[in-house]
Design a protein around this ligand. Sequence first.
Ligand code: SF4
Ligand code: SF4
Length: 185
Amino acid sequence: MTTTTNEVAAAAALGTDLVPGRQCGSCILCCKLLGIKEINKPEYQWCKHCKPGVGCTIYDTRPKACRTFYCGYRQSTDISDAWFPARSRMVLLAQGIGIVCYVDTGYPDAWKVQPYYGDLKTWARRAVNTEHHVIVNIGGRVITILPDSDVDLGFMQAGEKIVVGTADTPMGPVYRAHKVQKGKD
Ligand code: SF4
Ligand code: SF4
């Protein structure tokens, strides 16, 4: 896809600003990494309507979730050009939990490479005094990025949520992350 006047107008109507000059181009990574409820498409599986080299084969009738979706790279100037998903192999999203970095399972260490890792740490430092977190998702395996560490929480079960706090140690306070059942923290 490329950015068209109609696409920009649609984004404006949705209250979504697009970064000028950024296009989807050859990228179709969200059609693999993200789930689409309307068509029962699970996360981390190619959409049955996505054809390599062609893109969406039902483009004119694609679900609303697809028609209204733009990843973080398309929306935020805080995200550098290096994050172009077709190159970085990662799709960034702002979700209720905070920033979620969906990593292509074919490139599970992509997030550890610079400048990506440094950006994740910067966002984690900004997030610590908020209710939001920075999460790396690799095929459902969740890693919480904290200012001073990365906590591999494994696979989340239904009803679980992530809690981030600090603990006092002889070395001073450190950040901790763990999973709890919702309503039990
Ligand atoms: S991941 Fe982002 S850049 Fe790639 S196709 Fe989806 S919206 Fe476009
Ligand atoms: S319906 Fe089209 S745009 Fe939506 S995920 Fe499938 S291939 Fe991508």
